[in-house]
Ligand binder design. Structure first.
Ligand code: SF4
Length: 354
């Protein structure tokens, strides 16, 4: 039986930016812009590595131009295996930092370095280090959605694709876990494994907004739809899931499950890949604002939305918006990331066919 969960004091309030509004492009403009980006990629010996939550145009261009679209585990793996001199990471800052940590010799560009993540912002290294220092008998496991400095303080880095088996592995060795920053994912893993875990009090601003009563009503309206939930969602949402999984696991479920309709509780950017792989299935977004709610949530990450074709072209022209990491931080941060990649390889976890 695990000990009761303890949480750190509330993490700092994270300021959420408004959604950027990009000028609408006509078909001819978009096609010309994509052609210019393809030329710039060639000229720079660069590839695009995009996350499933980015705009569909970016995901399509990444695939058309020899780049890659994936979850954060596979983005890291692809970046490490690519021969390109420059990786253009379309996602949020911790993904670019992970690419730099694994590939210090490569240039890592991002369309907008201000694209961050509420989990990363809510876990500043000074407070996190104090939390670790207060619990020296715990193994420190951090989610990939953290700064390079926080990773440098960790024993293990995990993504949602691999968090469960890694914690099971550590638990079987009798280790107690200090987990940061996502409390919902941490609680889910604790419930699934019974592991003794201390949780940081962070949350994703997108997944935290899913509403359980509204989801119950939607399920009643669509009784044959399977409910697919990302584990960054609150427990009341996870409890209604037919399947809980990482972005890659949710996409695979849409393709392979026999259901014709799905209710999806994760960032709506994922619909592009789901539609591409299962065009005849019906995808319904899980509700984010119950009646009377004041939030303006739309299940779209405001930081992921900072990636556009327009600023992608700009960064390929200018070469600014480059990720740099202090070498001393990098030297420590690479150890827990490499540990995760080695564990994934040894256990056959990850990859788009898994
Ligand atoms: S969707 Fe949530 S976890 Fe993902 S980058 Fe945005 S804020 Fe972070």
């Amino acid at each position: 039986m695990s000990n009761p969960t303890l949480e750190a004091l509330p993490s700092p309030i994270v300021e959420v930016p408004p959604h950027p509004i990009w000028p609408t492009l006509g078909a001819a403009q978009k096609s010309a812009l994509k052609a210019r980006i393809r030329d710039l990629l060639k000229a720079r010996d660069a590839v695009l590595v995009a996350h499933y939550y980015t705009d569909g145009d970016i995901q399509a261009l990444a695939e058309e131009s020899g780049g890659y679209v994936a979850d954060s585990l596979d983005m890291a793996r692809f970046g490490a295996e690519s021969d390109a001199r420059t990786l253009v990471v379309c996602g949020v800052r911790f993904m670019g930092e992970t690419a730099k940590i694994l590939n210090p010799e490569k240039q890592i560009l991002m369309p907008d370095l201000r694209a961050t993540c509420s989990l990363d912002e809510g876990c500043p290294v000074e407070a996190f280090s104090a939390f670790c220092d207060a619990h020296p008998d715990h193994s420190v496991v951090v989610y990939a959605n953290t700064s390079a400095e926080v990773k440098a303080r960790a024993d293990w880095v995990v993504t949602s694709s691999i968090a469960l088996p890694i914690v099971e592995h550590l638990s079987a060795r009798g280790e107690k876990i200090l987990w940061a920053p996502d409390k919902h994912l941490g609680r889910y893993i604790q419930r699934m494994t019974g592991t003794d875990m201390l949780l940081w009090n962070g949350a994703c601003v997108v997944h935290d907004e899913f509403k359980s009563f509204a989801l119950e009503r939607l399920r009643q309206l669509h009784p044959d739809a399977a409910v697919l939930v990302h584990p960054e969602s609150p427990a009341a949402i996870v409890d209604q899931a037919d399947l809980v999984g990482s972005t890659t696991q949710l996409i695979k479920a849409v393709v392979e499950m026999p259901n014709q309709a799905f209710i999806i509780a994760t960032d709506a950017g994922i619909f592009w890949k789901m539609h591409q792989l299962a065009p005849h299935k019906t995808l319904l977004p899980a509700p984010t604002a119950g009646e009377g709610a004041t939030c303006e949530s739309c299940a779209r990450c405001p930081w992921m939305a900072m990636n556009s074709l327009q600023n992608l072209e700009q960064v390929l022209n200018s070469g600014d918006q480059e990720i740099h990491i202090d070498p001393a931080v990098r030297e420590r941060a690479v150890i827990p990331i490499q540990r995760m990649l080695d564990f994934a390889r040894a256990h056959g976890i990850g990859g788009k066919r898994n």
